[in-house]
Design a protein around this ligand. Structure first.
Ligand code: MEV
Length: 313
């Protein structure tokens, strides 16, 4: 029996613009993981995948070509030179809410790839996992930048530019981030598609918003390098304003962002695809309780506090 886990993720700054070649910074969230477990099945049963959380029960040999978890299983087996379908029962479980901007799809696929390698006596390299998962991410997202699969497969904070070599990145002082789930499910594929259509209609306007986000991400990196948390908080706020101008925020997200700021957060923004999903707030340690409380009072379904650059896995 082999088992493997993979973390959720947040985008600290730069979502959406990252699809258009601008940089972004992302970090894993180890407090919520996806797990894949492989058990032997009866001889001749073939390979089946079961995920109760998403009501998935499929057999590899009959699964559709656009089923992401079947796609990633087939790709991993092919990469390992396995031509005959193994007799496996694969159980998948995720603590990461789906369509919430926390990378649930990427985490499930990553755990799955790692478990398949392990079951065959191999350890998968992060780069190998990341590229296999990217293939399946295309089904969740349409045209993903690759940031989700990369941060989840590497399991550490990253500076990411599409198509470039990945750069692990650790802030010089730990960042305390409160992550609030709005409870509104919003598939990333939909917001990425809407931004693409808007960009096609008004390329100059959207390119200039993407440029502004790219500059802000560079400034956020400098703030993290020198440990200037107030400056980083302001950059979170500025990023939120630009995401609003991309029309990927919502009343609910706006309310959570405003509540976090009022309760003493250094800055707050949506994280991921937007319209629903999660809001992240940069907080000082002594404001964690006040900010978490305010987020719950304003309707957050759940608040997770994560420390980036400080917590070991
Ligand atoms: C999703 O976590 C981040 C987006 O920028 C989409 C992507 O990069 O593929 C919205």
């Amino acid at each position: 029996m082999a088992t493997a886990t993979a973390p959720g993720k947040i985008i600290l700054v730069g979502e959406h613009a990252v699809v258009y070649g601008r940089p972004a910074i992302a970090a894993p969230v180890w407090q919520r993981v996806a797990t894949a477990t492989i058990e032997p099945a009866a001889p001749g049963d073939g390979c089946s995948l079961h995920a109760r959380d998403v009501e998935l029960d499929i057999h590899l040999r009959t699964a559709r070509d656009d089923e992401p978890l079947a796609v990633v299983t087939r790709l991993a087996l092919a990469q390992l030179g396995i031509e005959q379908e193994p007799d496996w029962r694969i159980k998948l479980h995720s603590e990461i809410p789906i369509a919430s901007g926390l990378g649930s799809g990427a985490a499930l696929s990553t755990a799955l790839v790692r478990a398949i390698f392990r079951q065959l006596g191999r350890e998968a390299e992060p780069a190998q996992v990341s590229s296999l998962v990217y293939e399946s991410e295309r089904f969740y997202h349409g045209a993903p930048s690759g940031i989700d699969n990369t941060v989840v497969a590497y399991g550490q904070p990253i500076w990411f530019v599409k198509g470039r070599e990945i750069e692990p990145f650790t802030p010089s002082v730990p960042l305390t981030i409160a992550i609030a789930d709005s409870g509104v499910r919003s598939p990333t594929k939909a917001t990425v598609g809407d931004v693409r259509r808007a960009w096609q209609r008004e390329p100059a306007r959207y390119e200039s918003i993407f440029d502004a986000i790219g500059e802000l991400v560079c400034a956020a990196r400098r703030a993290m390098e020198v440990g200037d948390l107030p400056a980083l908080g302001q950059l979170f706020d500025a990023n939120q304003t630009l995401l609003e101008s991309l029309d990927v925020s919502s009343e609910t997200l706006h309310r959570l962002v405003a509540a976090a700021r009022r309760a003493g957060a250094l800055g707050a923004k949506l994280s991921g695809g937007g319209r629903g999903g999660n809001v992240i707030a940069l907080v000082e340690e002594d404001a964690v309780d006040a900010v978490s409380g305010a987020l719950y009072t304003s309707g957050a379904q759940q608040v997770i506090v994560t420390r980036i650059g400080a917590e070991a896995r």
